[in-house]
Design a protein around this ligand. Structure first.
Ligand code: PMP
Length: 420
């Protein structure tokens, strides 16, 4: 096999580049759950654009809608002008996501990244409540801009801010303190006016922490959090950037817990085709923005509106994708559980099609990912010490592909274990 030509990347592209180091090849084409590099080698993708490709690469249904739209000279860039594509998307959001779930949300289009949406949500919560502090959770991840970093746990990422990260107070996520009486300390601190905790504007939480190590919050924990927020007049923001759009089964990850957040942020797969788009959903009485108060040039990626709308209509008109995701997740979970029984020092956790293999010896997780790459499977690590191999296949992954991917993963674990 010839080595991929990578000179220009190494010579010209900033040192900040990351994934290309873990996967040292040059990818050329992709379809469904597969990428192909310039040497013609195929890789099964259990990474799915970090959750931006829930419907797979170049999904043919979404691609056709996009091609038709482009050929018809549909608007590509529209700021927040009203367009036909945006109308159709908003109608799909209303009819397929909000009305069936009894959700009374207004829809904001911030800039297209997850961090853009998180920033908008934090600003809105502060504006509406007139308070400044936000409570976040240990191991949480919300993006790289300053506001999003202030509610993110990872020390290395926080250090990159270069300024003090303020107005956020971390609380223990579910499972962070074994034996913790859920929210006992938080409740006490909120109620004691000498605790030193300023009354917060909002709490921001992921129902499953993706970057933080596939930490799954129990539904009772999420319910207790929602009740505590509601009782104390604190806004609950669910960051569904990675776990939304069906990743854990239902469209919104918080549906499993039966809670209704005050604000929801979505990005990654909401655009449907890997095209950038983000949304902030807010209870209608919280929509206290003044016109143009929060803006941005790229809030009108109409191509993403088309593929996002098509994805909603094609995949979310019934519950088939949800049921399939849960069934595929069960299958992967059963396989990973068998692996944990076969090898010491490994455990597993996850929900739906986000599953993790957790290594006591963190270095082994990275080695497993490297070997998986050589064997033709893309998986990345997550967690505070990169101790978790994270499985995040497209939701459209086939049973055959799951078998193939799990076969490679098992082989990679065996190779790493044999070397010890
Ligand atoms: N929130 C969560 C939960 C995420 O997983 C991510 C990205 N991994 C973000 C926010 C930030 O999204 P982006 O990288 O698009 O800014």
């Amino acid at each position: 096999m010839t080595l991929a030509e990578t000179t220009v990347f190494e010579a010209l592209e900033s040192n900040v580049r990351g994934y290309c180091r873990a996967w040292p090849t040059v990818f050329d084409t992709a379809r469904g759950s597969w990428l192909t590099d310039e040497n013609g080698k195929d890789y099964l993708d259990f990474f799915a654009g970090a959750g931006a490709l829930n419907y797979g690469h170049n999904n043919p249904v979404l691609k056709q809608a996009l091609i038709d739209y482009l050929i018809g000279d549909g608007i590509t860039h529209g700021l927040d002008m009203s367009t036909t594509a945006k109308r159709r998307l908003l109608e799909a959001i209303r009819d397929l996501l909000l009305v069936p779930r009894g959700l009374d949300y207004k829809v904001q289009f911030p800039g297209p990244t997850g961090a853009n949406a998180v920033e908008a949500a934090l600003k809105l919560a502060r504006k509406v409540t007139g308070r400044t502090t936000v409570l976040n959770f240990t191991n949480g991840f919300h993006g790289m801009t300053l506001g999003a970093l202030s509610v993110t746990g990872n020390a290395a990422k926080r250090a990159g801010a270069g300024v003090p990260l303020v107005h956020a107070t971390p609380m223990p996520y579910d499972g962070f303190l074994p034996g913790d009486d859920d929210f006992g300390w938080m409740r006490r601190a909120l109620d004691d006016n000498s605790s030193g905790l300023d009354k917060p504007a909002a709490v921001i939480v992921e129902t499953v922490q993706g970057e933080g190590g596939i930490n799954v919050a129990r539904v009772e924990w999420l319910r207790a959090l929602a009740e505590l927020c509601s009782a104390r007049g604190i806004l609950l923001i669910v960051d569904d950037v990675q776990m939304g759009c069906g990743r854990t089964g239902p469209f919104f990850s918080f549906e499993t817990a039966g809670i209704t957040p005050d604000i929801v942020v979505l990005s990654k797969s909401i655009g449907g085709y890997g095209l950038p788009m983000a949304l902030v959903l807010m209870r209608s009485e919280l929509d206290q923005w003044a016109p143009g108060e929060h803006n941005g040039t790229f809030r009108g990626n109409n191509a993403a509106f088309v593929t996002g709308e098509t994805a909603l209509r094609h995949y979310w008109s019934d519950n088939r994708l949800e049921l399939a995701t849960l069934a595929k997740g069960e299958r992967i979970h059963a396989h990973l559980t068998a692996l944990t029984e076969a090898f010491d020092g490994i455990s597993t956790r996850g929900r739906g099609l986000v599953q993790g293999l957790v290594f006591e010896d963190a270095s082994q997780a990275g080695k497993v990912c490297n070997i998986a790459f050589e064997l033709g499977l893309l998986v990345e690590t997550s967690g505070s010490t990169d101790e978790v191999v994270k499985l995040l296949p497209p939701l459209t992954v086939t049973e055959e592909e799951i078998g193939h991917g799990l076969g490679i993963l098992t082989r990679a674990v065996e190779i790493v274990r044999d070397a010890h």
